[in-house]
Design a protein around this ligand. Structure first.
Ligand code: X2X
Length: 336
């Protein structure tokens, strides 16, 4: 039996090229795209992107197929950004702050203590500031979908000493993602930031190349960073999310109706992902405590004052320019 069916398969394979001349095999889509991210496969970002891909295939009648490559399978964020620009990857979700290495204003959402809560995050990034940033992204051969995906408010973890007040950051070897804003902010605190892509964070912490790092609780849990860290200080010092970016040529290779389907479904999944993260925010702290992480409550205004005194806001206001800064302050209130 086995031998028979093997022969049948071989015969079929030999015949396939002839058939392909006349008809497209049912499984091959007209538009085949790669979508990549840096998130673990169980992170809501990966789960919701897979769902979006499935809906896009259905809604396009099989014409558009998106294959998801989560968890840095295609390289670090820096590598994937190059691949997106060259068209080797068609879609990629990237932190606004890391994107700023190409589009400087894209880091503006990460200004220290800019957002007081999620309502303000979404009204700002779905509002005028988001439109402005997407416009700037559009000038660099990329297209940003309207809805950002949530990463979260960031908290500082450490394997050596708990960070209780700004002075504890002095000389602290902290891993930061690759972005001038991150480096500048932790330098303003007097820390020693080390720029490392996310795919190397766990091992950098494990080998103590870095004493600490900062990320949202949801990711500290999902990427198991609690295994190599002891303390988490609830600084919420910045909020960051992911822009869903498309290579312009790839995106515009589709007719308008398919572009609309893809954009709609990606935006819808971004909203689903935001609710997932909101739910995780409510539950994850208890779990991290049982896994041995010690929580440290901090006086956030003291951290913000330290940044002001280091002229952090004044410096970045000049870098972004008055227009962008006015859009930020118009949405979140006065910062400097
Ligand atoms: O690299 C990080 O720390 C991460 C996963 O939060 C970002 O994508 C910025």
């Amino acid at each position: 039996m086995r031998l028979h069916s093997r022969r049948a398969v071989l015969a079929g394979a030999a015949a396939a090229p002839l058939l392909a001349i006349r008809t497209r095999p049912a499984s091959a889509a007209e538009f085949s795209f790669k979508l990549a991210n840096n998130s673990p496969v169980t992170h809501p970002q990966s789960v919701r992107q897979q769902e979006a891909a499935t809906r896009i295939k259905d809604a396009s009648g099989g014409r558009v197929e998106i294959q998801l490559f989560p968890n840095n399978q295609l390289g670090s964020d820096t590598d994937m950004l190059s691949q997106l620009r060259s068209g080797a990857i068609d879609f990629f979700t990237l932190s606004g702050l890391i994107l700023s290495t190409l589009v400087p204003v894209a880091s503006i959402n990460g200004i220290g203590f800019a957002f007081k809560d999620y309502d303000t995050v979404w009204s700002t990034m779905d509002g005028k500031l988001g439109i402005y940033v997407r416009g700037e992204i559009g000038k660099r051969g990329l297209i940003a979908m309207d809805r950002m995906w949530d990463n979260g408010f960031r908290q500082i973890t450490s394997s050596t000493r708990p960070i209780r007040e700004p002075a504890d950051l002095r000389g602290f070897k902290i891993r930061v993602p690759i972005s001038p804003l991150w480096t500048s902010m932790f330098q303003a605190f007097g820390a020693s930031p080390i720029s490392i892509n996310f795919n190397e964070v766990y091992s950098a912490l494990q080998t103590k190349i870095a004493e600490g790092q900062e990320n949202p609780l949801s990711l500290i849990e999902i990427a198991k960073l609690y295994e190599v860290q002891k303390y988490v200080s609830m600084t919420s010092h910045m909020w960051d999310g992911f822009w869903m970016l498309a290579n312009r040529q790839s995106f515009e290779s589709m007719p308008k109706n398919l572009q609309d389907i893809v954009a709609q479904q990606l935006n819808r999944s971004a909203l689903d992902e935001r609710s997932d993260i909101a739910r995780l925010n409510d539950s994850v702290a208890a779990d991290l405590k049982t896994k041995g992480l010690t929580f440290v409550e901090v006086d956030k205004p003291a951290f913000r004052t330290a940044l002001k005194q280091a002229r952090f806001y004044a410096e970045w206001r000049t870098k972004y320019g008055d227009e962008a800064w006015a859009l930020l302050e118009g949405a979140v209130g006065s910062l400097s």
